[in-house]
Design a protein around this ligand. Structure first.
Ligand code: FAD
Length: 351
């Protein structure tokens, strides 16, 4: 049994590290438990060609600007991993890995985190486990009949694995567009989206998205009408690879197929297409199963929060899963503010 500490942070990706930065500044006694084998959170697992959609200076955690990546306006995922590894060293964040929290329980005055390598106790907990470990694939008729390969975004690495194959990419968000663009030159690609792809204007990158999220937060904080935030701008950031493939006419989206067949898919007009591989770029859900013992789940699988604090358990804060834990809190630049709010609220609670 370790602890009791002031705070246990569950998850050592960018959100967990931002929390650690603020807990350290407030002088709290804490540990970060991370299931990952090495620093970097989800950025260690993305596909090879992934680049941020903001320049380095707009992708920073609190306290330390991300240095630019030589030769790249938009850093790649490996650069982000290097930055996060450096960040946790620089601020001497007490990250323990690999430690997976399997269940968080109430234990009188304390919260008890059961892990795959022992038990930790703390007076408060910040959960920052991200979404990468909970890929979402929609129910689709015939999915179990298809005899080819089905993957999710999380399993895709490089177009080399699919050279010459008939690949159907499903999804009209950033992952779908980027993976379709990645495959457009090497594979026999079909890109399928629920609705016509909505590209953001070419000159818009993550900076404008952050500004939109900030404007929305201000409007809501001040009781003004919802500005619609990021979603009002479009679904797909026209990063250079997407723009190039789109402008070359290689990114023509088809409406969704109606079902999978043993050898491919069937379309609404009754026609069929053969496929070797289907890649589901259909999003993620928050990784919250370790919180199940607290019985806090609300609608849509989210835990109801006010700011970052769980309404049903004031000693628990959630960070980074999506806008419901703070505007832009699932981005590098956006997580700093909710992390600070969570750390301050916990410091106040423990005083
Ligand atoms: P993660 O990075 O997923 O970290 C969570 C950590 O918690 C992991 O290390 C995991 O191992 C650990 N964990 C999980 N469960 C447990 C458990 N039970 N116990 C202990 N540890 C656990 N954001 C930007 O700012 N700019 C971008 O350009 C950008 N591009 C993106 C592109 C893609 C394809 C995706 C999917 C996201 C992108 N994002 C971007 C969004 C966001 O920055 C990332 O999703 C980011 O990884 C979220 O950080 P996180 O710390 O919340 O979660």
């Amino acid at each position: 049994m370790r602890g009791p500490l002031d705070v246990v942070v569950i998850g050592g990706g960018q959100a967990g590290l931002a929390a650690g930065y603020h807990l350290r500044r407030l002088g709290l006694d804490f540990a970060v438990l991370d299931a990952g084998a090495a620093p970097g959170g989800a950025w260690r697992h993305t596909w090879d060609s992934l680049h941020l959609f903001s320049p380095a200076a707009y992708s920073s955690l609190p306290g330390r600007l991300m240095p630019p990546q030589p030769g790249e306006t938009y850093p790649d995922a490996a650069h982000v991993v290097g930055y996060l590894a450096d960040y946790e060293q620089r601020y001497e964040l007490p990250v323990h890995r690999p430690v997976r929290v399997t269940g968080l329980h109430r234990a009188g005055e304390l919260l008890r985190a059961e892990t795959d390598s022992g038990t930790w106790q703390a007076r408060a907990v910040i959960s920052a486990t991200g979404t990468w470990s909970r890929p979402f694939v929609p129910a689709a008729p015939g999915r179990t009949e298809f005899r080819g390969v089905q993957l999710h975004t999380v399993e895709y690495r490089t177009p080399r694995d699919f050279a010459g194959q008939r690949v159907i990419v499903v999804g009209g968000g950033n992952s779908g567009a980027q993976i379709a663009a990645d495959l457009a030159h090497d594979a026999d690609l079909t890109w399928v989206t629920l609705r016509e792809p909505r590209y953001l204007a070419d000159e818009i990158d993550g900076r404008a998205l952050f500004d939109a999220a900030t404007a929305r937060r201000r409007a809501l904080d001040e009781g003004r009408a919802d500005t619609g935030g990021v979603a009002s701008l479009g679904d797909i950031v026209a990063v250079p690879s997407v723009r190039a493939a789109r402008d070359a006419g290689l990114l023509k989206a088809q409406p969704m197929f109606t079902r999978l067949t043993p050898t491919g898919v069937a379309w609404a007009d009754g026609m069929t297409s053969e496929a070797d591989v289907i890649i589901w770029c259909t999003g993620f859900r928050p990784a919250l199963s370790h919180l199940a013992p607290l019985g806090l789940r609300g609608p849509r699988g989210h835990i109801p929060t006010t700011g970052t604090r769980a309404i049903g358990e004031p000693r628990l804060h959630l960070l980074g899963y999506g806008d419901w834990t703070g505007p832009a809190s699932a981005t590098l630049i956006g997580v700093g503010r909710p992390a600070r709010e969570a750390a301050r609220a916990i410091a106040a609670l423990l005083r």
